[in-house]
Write a protein that binds this ligand. Sequence first.
Ligand code: HSE
Length: 430
Amino acid sequence: MTYKIGLLGLGTVGGGVAQVLLDSEKRHPLLRWLSIAAVGVKDVSKPRPITLPAGILTTDLEAIVRHPDIDIVVEVLGGLEPARSLILTAIAQGKHIVTANKAVIARYGNEIFTAANAAGVYVMLEAAVAGGIPVIQPMKQSLGGNRIHTLTGILNGTTNYILTRMQQEKGEFDSILADAQRLGYAEADPSTDIDGLDAADKIAILASLAFNGRIKLDQVHCEGIRGVTAVDIAYAEKLGFVIKLLAIAHRDAHRGSDSLDVRVHPTLVPLDHPLAGVNGVYNAVLLEGEPLGQVMFYGPGAGAGPTASAVVADLINIAALLPMGKVNHPLLTCSHRHYCTIAPITQVMSRFYARLLAQDHPGVLGKLGTCFGNHGVSLESLVQIGVKENLAEIVVVTHQVREGEFRQAMKEIEHLHGVDHIPTVLRVLA
Ligand code: HSE
């Protein structure tokens, strides 16, 4: 039995996938059922580190997704177009899809899964979130007995690498970003990673699985790490925290059982929290639910080998089911149709860290405390740490408060006599 694969893209990920498929010995026996029939690239003459069977490279990607002999299309092109259109054409031609494309799934999942369900084909995306870490299939299968309430992830290796280096070297964001770009850890245009957009795509996908509903990406609150400074990292450390870019999806029973908050933002994480020790380019996903409690997945979130591992796992799952014909296996398909209700960020409960610069005059701390109190913001600590440019540097950490109320207090504080400015406001993991 042989199932034919059309591979769209032969970059880092595509090359890794081809390498595994061409060398199946001592891997899962089902890999012997899979063969690469065609590989779509931009330039067939480009030198490549792998040797492919003769005659399978082509620049005609459209022909691959329409070819009657191809059973499964592996899309590892990245970007929105032509990836989305090629996926939809392949589905319409009755082909199963394996994709690593979080941007397409997070934006067009609705369209793609509706088409796939109608065509009776699978769309598999283990590689789209957290690279080599198996998290999509475990969520669909092994954790199905749980009622998940919180999902907290470090889902972007580039930002985790930058924040880890800022922490370890006490360095500033701009110089470490430039060095990360020079070393190949950050893209020449890094905004998708450092502005949190990549992590937002990934948490939207995970939230959709955890909470069984579709997520509108524009309702995912997203802040990146450009505003994180060495000063705040140092103060956070003194207070017992490390700063991480977290992607969070949470069902808040107090707001009503169907209301979620889904967000990406830099966050102070307590040093004894399981995610605090996830450093460098590594990713992790912490799932909390009932009856399991907590489970954490940890590993490499990108790269040829890890991403190929995830793509090939999806191929094995499909190969195992293909002899049964078009069955829409319930553990591999996506059946939910409704959209989850996402609460605006002003409704979300958080703890906050704020750093303020104020005149070193009698009564300033008192006025701050009163203003927070008037807005129902309870303080865990309020410390005047030192003096900078003749201004007192004050760091505040709050207890849990609704974000809207905290923001109201901060707006008033900004205009208090004696307060110069507020360089930083960050959330603190509860
Ligand atoms: N750019 C991503 C990251 C890897 O830095 O984690 C692919 O999802």
